[in-house]
Design a protein around this ligand. Sequence first.
Ligand code: GAF
Length: 397
Amino acid sequence: MTTAHDDARALYTELTGRRPDGVWSAPGRVNLIGEHTDYNDGFVLPFAIPQRTFAAVGRRDDDRGRVRVSSRFASDPVEVGLDELDRLFPTAPGASPAVPEWAAYPLGVAWALRQAAPGDGPFRGVDIAIASDVPVGAGLSSSAAIEGATASALDELWGTGLDGRALARIGRRAENEAVGAPTGIMDQMASMLGAPDTALFLDCRSLETELVPLGIAEAGLAILVIDTRVKHAHSTGGYRDRRASCERGAAALGVPALRDVSVADLPRAREQLDEETFRRVRHVVTENQRVVDTVHTLRTDGARAIGDLLIASHASMRDDFEISTPELDTAVDTALAAGALGSRMTGGGFGGAAIALIEKDAVETVSAAVNAAFVAARFAGPHLFTVTPSAGPHRDA
Ligand code: GAF
């Protein structure tokens, strides 16, 4: 049992004076490879991490049909009527949510779940208390973890009976339409469908999935997360711009999505696109191919052989998609110089974390090298920890 689990329970009791009906949790994720491919209908290969978000939830015994959410991220609880949800959401494109942003995640899930299963039947007011040990703003999907924990709890308490895929779609709808972040579906699918020791190979067009064994520990390896502690947000500038470039590129090339462009099409695309849009397109097209190649390599040669694909992915994000930062580049370059087999930034970029695939007994040397490089560059100290592919959502109590 983690601290965040106890914290969510304690917060619930502070809020209500009672014990919750249950505590549900969902994990954050690391994306092994496949960045900014999800909203281009492409491929991704994330895995769920041990860090989780916990939602302690209980039915209210008044008949007010209200949802009250409270979080360790904020001091004051937010309370709204179930019927008010339809007036609060969707948030107008580009506008801020009508509730504090942290509360738009769980309340957006409650809204989207009611929309997906309309009627008066199972919906009753609930109190929700949230605590998390997924670092916020680190590119490790703290938001998908809140959505996953809340969706799992409400699905059970409201008896909507949706499966993991459907609950991932609910989470994405909350993120896109309640919070107003124009993200793809990778994070919610990774959080809802992740499983121990495997990565989730996801086709973001069909939503078909395959769990691919990673065999990291068996190969004597570890995955080190280097959280640069430069916070990022997807509801703002850079992420939105990159998405718009991809849509422009697909339209100019006459395809529904960049998924429909192959590496062999790139020379022709270069003639049709301006230089910057071409580089954005080249990142997505080559990254899709790298995901497919990584899955193939994992199956044929194992985790030890995927290092060069991770390195190429980072170079593409740094040079073509331009979403890396000096801190992320320093993390990646230093990890590689200290012997990592592969390293890349993970998540949406503009801050957040990098990952490094390293020998299990090199955790201390690589960490020391990264810490020293950050001191030398006068960056804030990074947060370093290893992760193992872990379980998806469950009810913890
Ligand atoms: C963020 C988004 F939420 C995902 O949908 C995905 O686009 C990712 O950035 C980049 O691969 O995590």
